[in-house]
Every structure is written in structure tokens, then in C-alpha cells.
Design a protein around this ligand. Structure first.
Ligand code: SF4
Length: 370
């Protein structure tokens, strides 16, 4: 009788429980482990092919180095490790004229800082970048390219301050700021990328910038916060005013390609509906397709309800990427779908990284009666 051994799949973070029959050093049969407490026999198709990944004739067993003609040659591990420290950088250059409207990232920051009244001339990052647009190294660039290239010049200057020897080993010549300018010119004039530094293998540990030269895996502030989570009563999930938990920004069938374009591209979920459990909908007197107001402490938006039995009662979701304004030829721009950022608040956030709790927004829902 075949003997199956219990193990777990490590192809993704679900770590589904597996039972595997081994024959002649191969995983002859693979099935889901029904006794696994969380995955209970589930297995996706990737795990069913584990033996194929493990023993396929084309599986890489040695490092490969690309030859100049694009083919590959096997090299030893020692050679691979010696060659890895060559650092390459590749900025994509514009291949089309930008239409009127889109701005370089740097220009967006400058305009934002002006709008909020920040003095960007004295900002330690933005101030020097505005000056760098006038640097002689920019002389041959258009006004637009100067804006986009200033951060690269600044990064080049900062990089050579730390890694001048490694930059010179990559064949870039100069001293001090001149080396930074030379590096910048190499970067912007090589359309297919360029080696910007070549570190010796021995340099590796000197690149760790902590005082004791060790990598610190413990982030005290994060652990303190995780410990506080143990007392769940300290963070009430619901309130009578905002009884639902909204996951704002659910990934559904749309991606940037469809949300940026004509809304007709989105044949599924064209309105970016609010998914709600039928029991919750019944308690609000709401039918599938009804319009609702979804209100958080920060703001409110109108949404369309869609029943979803896979949700837990009390939990509702709205999709990511909607709320963009799209204009058909000759028409005014119109916003399509829920603009979820109106519901999230920047101060209701993770205390360490300051990321707003997009996936945990207390909201209330009310039916729009017409
Ligand atoms: S079986 Fe599929 S879902 Fe489960 S851990 Fe493996 S890859 Fe992930």
C-alpha cells in the first residue's frame, strides 16, 4: 500500500498541507492533507506539479552567465559570486513625446509643496534639486529632461561620496564631484543601462551601515506595537456609529490598464460595487443593486451594493483603482466608481510606517431612498 508522508507546500505563503508519496526519489503522487488545520485538503495546481519543478531536465543547477551574443554559459559558483558585485543601473528613456498634461515626478512634488505652502527652496531634498536643474551637466538637456534628470544627478553625487573606488573600478573616471557628474553622464547616455560600480567581494560586509556592522532584524517600535495588539480590547473593531469594517482597495478583476481607460473596458464590476453579505443588506433593507451612502469619520461616498456570500457579516469591501475622471471625446470629465480615498484618514494609520489602515475602515451604510 502506498505510503504518504505529511509535509507542507512552500511555493507561496499559504503553506498548504501536503501528503506526498515518494518513489525512486521522486514525488510520485501529491495530494492535499485533509488533516491540516487551516487548508484542510486544499491544494492548488502549482503544488501538484512539484515533482516537475524539482526534476525537470531544464532546471537550473549551475549559475549561467550571458555571453555577448545573448546565449548563456555555465560558470562556477565562485565566478558567479565574484561577478555579482557589479552593480548596474538602467533608467528608461522616453520613447514617445509626452502628451500635454502628464508631469515629471519631480515637478509633481514641487507643485504639491507649493500648494501646501512649503518652502521648497529650504527643503534639504527639493531645494538642491531645483538648483541642480541649472548645473552645467544639464546644458544639453531640454527643460523637461532637466526636471526629470535632477534627482539622478543628485543620487550620482551622493553615490560617489560613499563608493568612489567602486565607481572607478567600473571604468568611470574623475575625483569628488567630477566623478559624480561623470557617473550621471554615463547613466543618462546609456540607453541600455550601465555598470555604475564594481565592488570587491570583500567589500560586502562594509556595505552594512549599522554602527556594529550587524543587520538588526529586531525593530523595537514595531515589536512594542505588536505586543499591544495582544490586548485586543484596546482596539475596538466596531462602534455603534460605524458598525461595518470596510476593506477599501480590494483587488478585483480590474488593473491600471482598465481603470485608466474608457469605463467600457470594465465589463465586470463596471461600477466598482460595494460587496456586502446578504444578511447585512437585509438588516439595512437593501437589495442587490441599490445605491448606498458609505460614510466613515473622514468622509462619505455613494456606492452600489452587490451581495457577496463569501464575506463575513459586518465586513464590506470596495475595489482599488476606481474614482478616476474619464472624458469621452468632446465631453466633460466624469468620475467613475467609488473614490475610496475620501473615506480613509491619514491619521488613522499604522503607528510605525504611518500607512493608513485602508483595509480596516469603520463605516456606516445607509440606503439612498429616491
Ligand atoms: S498549494 Fe498553492 S496555494 Fe498552497 S502553498 Fe502551495 S502554491 Fe500556495
Amino acid at each position: 500500500m502506498a505510503e504518504f508522508k505529511q509535509t507542507a507546500c512552500i511555493l507561496c505563503s499559504e503553506n498548504c498541507g501536503l501528503e506526498v508519496e515518494i518513489k525512486d526519489g521522486h514525488m510520485a503522487r501529491i495530494r492535499g492533507d485533509r488533516k491540516h488545520p487551516s487548508t484542510q485538503g486544499y491544494l492548488c495546481e502549482k503544488a501538484q506539479r512539484l515533482d516537475y519543478y524539482q526534476n525537470h531536465a531544464d532546471r537550473l543547477l549551475q549559475p549561467l552567465r550571458r555571453r555577448e551574443n545573448g546565449s548563456f554559459e555555465e560558470v562556477s559558483w565562485d565566478t558567479a559570486i565574484q561577478e555579482i558585485p557589479e552593480n548596474h543601473l538602467h533608467f528608461r528613456h522616453p520613447i514617445l513625446e509626452a502628451p500635454d498634461g502628464p508631469l515629471a515626478e519631480q515637478e509633481i512634488y514641487l507643485r504639491l509643496s507649493k500648494t501646501i505652502g512649503a518652502d521648497f527652496a529650504t527643503n534639504p531634498l527639493l531645494g538642491p534639486m531645483a538648483q541642480l536643474q541649472q548645473h552645467p551637466a544639464m546644458a544639453d538637456l531640454s527643460e523637461e529632461m532637466r526636471v526629470a534628470a535632477a534627482p539622478i544627478l543628485m543620487a550620482s553625487m551622493m553615490y560617489v561620496e560613499k563608493h568612489s573606488e567602486a565607481v572607478k573600478r567600473a571604468g568611470i573616471q574623475g575625483e569628488g564631484p567630477e566623478l559624480g557628474v561623470a557617473l550621471f553622464q554615463e547613466i543618462i547616455s546609456n540607453l541600455s543601462g550601465v555598470a555604475i560600480s564594481l565592488h570587491e567581494y570583500e567589500d560586502t560586509f562594509s556595505l552594512i551601515e549599522t554602527e556594529d556592522g550587524k543587520i538588526h532584524l529586531v525593530v523595537e517600535s514595531m515589536l512594542n506595537w505588536i505586543n499591544e495588539l495582544q490586548d485586543e480590547s484596546a482596539t475596538p473593531v466596531e462602534s455603534s456609529q460605524y458598525p461595518f469594517v470596510l476593506s477599501a482597495g480590494e483587488r478585483r478583476s480590474s488593473n491600471a490598464t482598465t481603470t485608466y481607460r474608457n469605463p467600457l473596458w470594465r465589463r465586470t464590476d463596471p461600477e466598482g460595487a460595494l460587496h456586502i453579505h446578504p444578511e447585512d443588506a437585509a438588516s439595512l433593507g437593501v437589495q442587490d443593486g441599490d445605491r448606498l451612502v458609505c460614510q466613515s469619520e473622514r468622509g462619505e461616498i455613494e456606492v452600489t451594493a452587490e451581495f457577496d456570500e463569501d464575506l463575513r457579516p459586518g465586513h464590506v469591501t470596495l475595489p482599488h483603482g476606481f474614482g478616476l475622471a474619464y472624458a469621452k471625446e468632446g465631453e466633460e470629465r466624469q468620475v467613475h466608481g467609488p473614490l475610496i480615498n475620501l473615506l480613509t484618514a491619514s491619521d488613522h494609520c499604522d503607528p510605525v510606517a504611518k500607512t493608513p489602515y485602508h483595509k480596516h475602515v469603520p463605516v456606516q451604510l445607509s440606503k439612498i431612498v429616491v
